[in-house]
Design a protein around this ligand. Structure first.
Ligand code: PAF
Length: 275
């Protein structure tokens, strides 16, 4: 990977990078399309990063479809990607591996409260992938809003000479955000999962038309989400400052963010609100 990236850079070519954990869907492909538009070379990585899963999470059963992913990347109508980087776990974390990147504060909020160590795993692997691929731009989906904020902070704090490009969430016809984990949902759960988007969109419209105060977003989301028996747990559902990720009751621009379990499947989503 280093040799390929060095060769591209020495030939004056810009490298755009799309890091993924595979099980590619239209959301990933939209990131690839953004990269191929803006860069000479596009590199995609597929690496299911054990460091961002805790013991009781779904690392072992995380969807893996390497053949399908490669076919999708080869068959892109615009431009195929130039390189697919698929390191093994021992390439990334050889025996005796000891170095981790911790973005303090931001990592502990929202998902961090329910997935301790998750963002340390994300920041560490993303930095290692950046070092291997040497991109000028890297592309991330805003569905994982907190991940975008954490990675941007890491890039600033560590003076990385590159740009993080964030791209809009892609949704199914009923609003459910595209996610590799949607395939865990049963046929009965799948339509119920659209409630996450509906609850956030309803709250956003109500705040915009003045019938809901920002401080009442959290109770309104709880009420809507709990109407479905498919929702087995609400981890968080409220309005947050988009920079600090702290819960907020004021501001002209804030994030509505939700993490729930539908059965045993954990899903997250968010909407930005501009008043
Ligand atoms: O968003 C993901 O798929 C992963 O968290 C990432 C950025 C590829 C790091 O493992």
């Amino acid at each position: 990977m280093h040799r390929f990236s060095r060769y591209c850079r020495e030939s004056g070519k810009t490298i755009g990078f799309v890091p993924t954990m595979g099980a590619l869907h239209e959301g990933h492909i939209s990131l690839v399309n953004e990269s191929t538009k803006a860069n000479d070379i596009t590199v995609v990585s597929i690496f299911i990063n054990p460091a961002q899963f805790s013991e009781d999470e779904d690392f072992e059963r995380y969807p893996r479809d390497y053949g399908g992913d490669i076919r999708k990347l080869r068959g892109l109508p615009r431009l195929p990607v130039d390189a697919l980087f698929m390191p093994s776990v021992s390439d990334i974390y050889p025996d005796g591996y000891k170095t981790y990147v911790e973005v303090r504060g931001l990592s502990e909020r929202l998902c961090g409260g329910f997935r301790p160590g998750h963002f340390t795993g994300v920041a560490t692997v993303v930095l290692k992938l950046f070092n291997a691929v040497m991109p000028v731009r890297a592309y991330f989906g805003l569905k994982d809003y907190q991940q975008c904020v954490v990675i941007k902070k890491m890039v600033r704090d560590l003076n990385l000479d590159m740009e993080i490009v964030t791209c809009p969430t892609l949704r199914d016809h009923d609003g459910l955000a595209k996610s590799s984990r949607n395939i865990y949902l049963s046929a009965e759960q799948r339509p119920e999962a659209a409630l996450i988007y509906r609850a956030m969109a309803e709250a956003r419209e109500a705040v915009k038309d003045g019938t809901l105060k920002i401080e009442d977003i959290a109770p309104r989301l709880q009420e809507t989400l709990l109407k479905s028996e498919a929702v087995t747990e609400i981890q968080y559902a409220s309005a947050y400052d988009p920079r600090t990720l702290k819960e907020t009751t004021e501001g002209k621009r804030f994030l509505i963010a939700v993490a729930v379990k539908i059965g045993t499947t954990r899903l997250i989503d968010n909407l930005m609100v501009e008043l």
